[in-house]
Design a protein around this ligand. Structure first.
Ligand SMILES: *[C@@H]1O[C@H](CO)[C@@H](O)[C@H](O)[C@H]1NC(C)=O
Ligand SMILES: *[C@@H]1O[C@H](CO)[C@@H](O)[C@H](O)[C@H]1NC(C)=O
Ligand SMILES: *[C@@H]1O[C@H](CO)[C@@H](O)[C@H](O)[C@H]1NC(C)=O
Ligand SMILES: *[C@@H]1O[C@H](CO)[C@@H](O)[C@H](O)[C@H]1NC(C)=O
Ligand SMILES: *[C@@H]1O[C@H](CO)[C@@H](O)[C@H](O)[C@H]1NC(C)=O
Ligand SMILES: *[C@@H]1O[C@H](CO)[C@@H](O)[C@H](O)[C@H]1NC(C)=O
Ligand SMILES: *[C@@H]1O[C@H](CO)[C@@H](O)[C@H](O)[C@H]1NC(C)=O
Ligand SMILES: *[C@@H]1O[C@H](CO)[C@@H](O)[C@H](O)[C@H]1NC(C)=O
Ligand SMILES: *[C@@H]1O[C@H](CO)[C@@H](O)[C@H](O)[C@H]1NC(C)=O
Ligand SMILES: *[C@@H]1O[C@H](CO)[C@@H](O)[C@H](O)[C@H]1NC(C)=O
Ligand SMILES: *[C@@H]1O[C@H](CO)[C@@H](O)[C@H](O)[C@H]1NC(C)=O
Ligand SMILES: *[C@@H]1O[C@H](CO)[C@@H](O)[C@H](O)[C@H]1NC(C)=O
Length: 742
């Protein structure tokens, strides 16, 4: 009996449990009727609540099972989005929150097409083919957006739809009550009025970059907006006016991030922005500003932390004394303006004087020459300093001591030739140090004090002009010592791959790690021998010296004779085709080699031109004449470095003559004359005078601001010729006697 009631009880309980279970499943999944049978579409991937059909070239929206939240249909071929199409979403009408119809080639929408998607939060319609000039197509888009009014839409992406008109046509029916993110980048909007978005009362992000905006009216304000991206537009002369002209107040009270980069603003008229009290980041890079006008242009932006004033298309001429003053600024970017920091007329002496919070500064690609760095010394709070490509030639010993809190220092791409350990004295927090791409031949070992090494995490000194002589042993020693410390095994960036010898010639491009400088230890016997030799050979020396002097005086004659001898032997060798090995051949006087190697060659290599340079590329043992002809013929252009030295150098004239002969075939643009200094016309040889008549030389100016012009003209000349494909049929004569050596 007891057993039976127990069985009954447990049966009842089981039934109840089953019913409860059944009830639960019904509540969790609204799948009913037809929807229960809908499976994952064959061409899509279904995981969890996501259906991903991107890139399957679907021409329709497939039937979607129930309970789906995310649907990705990007890269399909839907063409026309009709109500029938969206009816295939029926089973997930109540759950779909994210829908991507990006790049679906849609041209036309049915009016009410999104009406049943009542839970949609994110919609991407970018990259479709709305024909914006056809009224009806735009209207169909506006109507379909209007059908979203029942959905709590937060994010709407309408990028790259070739929308031309203002935005008001598109949002005629859409209320956007819950919209926080709106993106309409890469359209062709010319005019923007914020009044058109007045009903989007929750908008936080507005992205209008890469449009054609040049008329802009911001008088209504978007109170909630935090990020406004207007970069890559055509806003010209003045920045857009965010401040009420009468009251000086703004309706953009919450704007923290404003991007105005890549426009054509010439006059940074600060009253248009200095009401933006919440602004933290202001990007004005890549505009056409000539001057940061007026004092305190940013002083009223009391929340400003980050200011970007970089790369003003080389228009920037001047920064005035208190133009940058700000009590809140932490990060300042002045890179790529080509300003001469040495010249107080270009960069006022005290531009950094009133920046008490500044901890991060980028001044790359300006010109600091030798004393420009003094202007930085007031910035004692600096933690990050970036000075790439600022033409630094030395590191003053007492300089970095001004920044005891420095953790990041980038000095790459400068012209530093040497420095001493003291240069980095006092930097006890430094973590990253970059001196790569300089001209240092002898690194002190150790290069910085022990304290600095302790904190250091990354040290990059690749691509310097390492001189692999006996002094190098000390540096190698030091490197090995540091690497043996387990905590420092990764401290050298790009080591050992990008560390090679530069001199002597015989070790050029040898890895620094492996190179063993020639015999550096002198033992006793050798010493005795040397002393003996010295004593006994004074007389021999004298004779030898006389011989050397004589051969120096008559060197041209000797060279010419030698060449003539070889010439007769190798006559008749006429290769017919040649491919170009070099972008350019550098013809210069030995005495100008410092400039050629440190400035010209470095700059060319930085921009990936491959230049032939005698000192480096010449093959030992090949006679000069042949080599000159050969390599001029293997080069697409010849850069002639004209100077007083050039005029006085006979090999230079020879090279000029060969190049001029070559130019007869390839056209005058083959020759790119560069004028290093003024030359008296009476000192000019006939061939040079001829050169001056046929092509205008590019003039080098010691004054750094003009250098920009020089490099740009030079590169233009090079590119014009390098990209010009002329027929190369080889040359018939390599007669070295062609040029008169007188
Ligand atoms: C699916 O959901 C589970 C549990 O919610 C989660 O751990 C997993 O990462 C999800 N898978 C995908 C592909 O989203
Ligand atoms: C979709 O079309 C593109 C271009 O026609 C093609 O490259 C791609 O392979 C197609 N994808 C599929 C999944 O068929
Ligand atoms: C709905 O999806 C099915 C397959 O999933 C497809 O055959 C049908 O053409 C779709 N309907 C429309 C109107 O595109
Ligand atoms: C859709 O798929 C593409 C390609 O994988 C991806 O880039 C995109 O982020 C996806 N979109 C959504 C909304 O998941
Ligand atoms: C919305 O859904 C209902 C019921 O499923 C359907 O009758 C109606 O046509 C749909 N409307 C639109 C605009 O898709
Ligand atoms: C917008 O969000 C509010 C809550 O912030 C909500 O009450 C309202 O229903 C939402 N609007 C729509 C159209 O869903
Ligand atoms: C904003 O909403 C109001 C009331 O619904 C309407 O009259 C007005 O035209 C809307 N503004 C815009 C720009 O759509
Ligand atoms: C900007 O728009 C407001 C309101 O729409 C209008 O009153 C004002 O005249 C406009 N300003 C300019 C300069 O067009
Ligand atoms: C501005 O931002 C703050 C903090 O994010 C927020 O609390 C406040 O509501 C916003 N004000 C407006 C007008 O949106
Ligand atoms: C504005 O858009 C550009 C282009 O995509 C982007 O590089 C930039 O980061 C954006 N600015 C902000 C503040 O998001
Ligand atoms: C900064 O604001 C003050 C007070 O609002 C005003 O007097 C001053 O002219 C403003 N400065 C600039 C440079 O606009
Ligand atoms: C360096 O940083 C410390 C705290 O990190 C700070 O107290 C000190 O004032 C800073 N020194 C300088 C010179 O800014």
């Amino acid at each position: 009996m007891g057993l039976r009631t127990f069985h009954l009880k447990s049966f009842v309980i089981t039934v109840i449990l089953f019913l409860v279970k059944k009830l639960e499943t019904v509540q969790v999944s609204p799948c009913q009727g037809d929807c229960e049978r809908v499976m994952c579409p064959t061409s899509c991937d279904c995981t969890n609540r996501t259906v991903d059909c991107h890139g399957r070239n679907l021409t329709y929206i497939p039937r979607i099972p129930c309970g789906i939240s995310y649907l990705n249909l990007s890269n399909s071929n839907i063409i026309k989005l009709s109500i029938d199409e969206t009816n295939n979403l029926t089973c997930s009408f109540e759950t779909l929150t994210h829908l991507s119809l990006r790049d679906c080639k849609i041209t036309l929408f049915d009016d009410d097409v999104f009406r049943n998607l009542t839970q949609l939060e994110v919609l991407d319609l970018s990259f479709n083919n709305i024909v914006s000039h056809a009224e009806s197509y735009l209207h169909s888009l506006a109507r379909s957006l209007g059908s979203l009014n029942r959905a709590p839409l937060r994010t709407l992406k309408l990028d790259h739809l070739l929308i031309q008109d203002g935005v008001n046509g598109i949002f005629k029916y859409f209320e956007g009550r819950n919209l926080t993110h709106l993106s309409m980048r890469e359209n062709q909007i010319i005019q923007f009025e914020d009044k058109d978005l007045e009903n989007f009362t929750k908008l936080i992000h507005l992205d209008l970059h890469s449009n054609w905006i040049n008329k802009i009216n911001l008088s209504s304000g978007i109170q909630t907006l935090k990020l406004f991206n207007l970069s890559h537009n055509q806003i010209n002369i003045f920045p857009p006016n965010f401040c009420d002209t009468k009251t000086g107040k703004t309706r953009y009270k919450n704007l923290t991030n404003l991007d105005l980069s890549w426009n054509q603003i010439i006059l940074p008229y600060s009253p248009n922005w200095n009401c933006l009290i919440a602004l933290e980041t202001l990007n004005l890079s890549k505009n056409n500003m000539e001057d940061i006008t007026g004092n305190y242009s940013f002083a009223n932006l009391t929340s400003l932390k980050s200011l970007i004033l970089s790369e003003m298309h080389s228009t920037m001429r001047k920064i005035r004394s208190y133009a940058l003053q700000s009590d809140s600024l932490k990060y300042l970017d002045l890179s790529g303006n080509g300003l001469n920091f040495e010249d107080y007329k270009e960069v006022a002496d005290n531009i950094f004087d009133r920046l008490p919070q500044l901890t991060s500064l980028d001044v790359s690609y300006n010109d600091f020459a030798s004393v420009g760095v003094q202007k930085l010394t007031v910035l004692s709070n600096l933690e990050k300093l970036i000075m790439r490509g600022v033409y630094l030639r030395q590191l003053p010993n007492d300089f970095f001591g001004h920044f005891p809190n420095l953790t990041y220092l980038d000095l790459s791409r400068n012209k530093i030739e040497n420095f001493s350990v003291e240069a980095f004295q006092g930097l006890t927090k430094l973590e990253v140090l970059n001196i790569s791409d300089n001209l240092v031949s002898n690194f002190p070992a150790p290069p910085f004090p022990e304290d600095t090494l302790k904190s250091l995490k990354k040290f990059d000194f690749a691509y310097n002009y390492f001189q692999c002589d006996c002094d190098l042993l000390e540096l190698q020693d030091w490197i090995n010592r540091v690497l043996s410390d387990p905590s420092k095994t990764h401290v050298f960036s790009r080591f050992p791959d990008d560390y090679w010898c530069y001199t002597p010639h015989s070790l050029y491009r040898m890895p620094l790690k492996d190179v063993k400088p020639a015999d550096c230890s002198i033992n006793k016997n050798q010493l005795v021998l040397i002393v003996l030799c010295v004593v006994s050979s004074v007389s021999v020396c004298l004779v030898f010296t006389v011989f050397l002097v004589a051969s120096y005086i008559y060197r041209w004659e000797i060279k010419f004779l030698l060449h003539k001898m070889r010439q007769t032997r190798r006559d008749g060798y006429h290769p017919l085709t040649y491919t170009f090995e070099y972008n350019t051949y550098l013809a210069y006087a030995e005495k100008d080699s410092a400039w050629v190697i440190h400035d010209l060659l470095k700059e060319l290599e930085e921009f990936n031109y491959y230049a032939y340079i005698r000192d480096r590329n010449s093959v030992p043992g090949v006679a000069r004449c042949d080599e000159i002809v050969d390599n001029i013929y293997k080069s697409k252009t010849v850069i002639l470095v004209l100077s007083k030295n050039f005029m006085a150098c006979q090999w230079c004239t020879y090279q000029l003559n060969v190049a001029q002969a070559r130019a007869v075939k390839l056209g005058p643009h083959f020759l790119i004359p560069v004028l290093l200094e003024g030359i008296d016309s009476k000192d000019m040889k006939k061939s040079v005078q001829h050169l001056f008549r046929t092509s205008k030389p590019i003039e080098w100016a010691r004054q750094s601001t003009k250098n920009r012009l020089f490099w740009s003209e030079l590169k233009t000349a090079l590119d014009a010729e390098i990209n010009h494909d002329f027929e190369e049929t080889g040359y018939q004569s390599r007669d070295c006697g062609y040029a008169s050596l007188t």
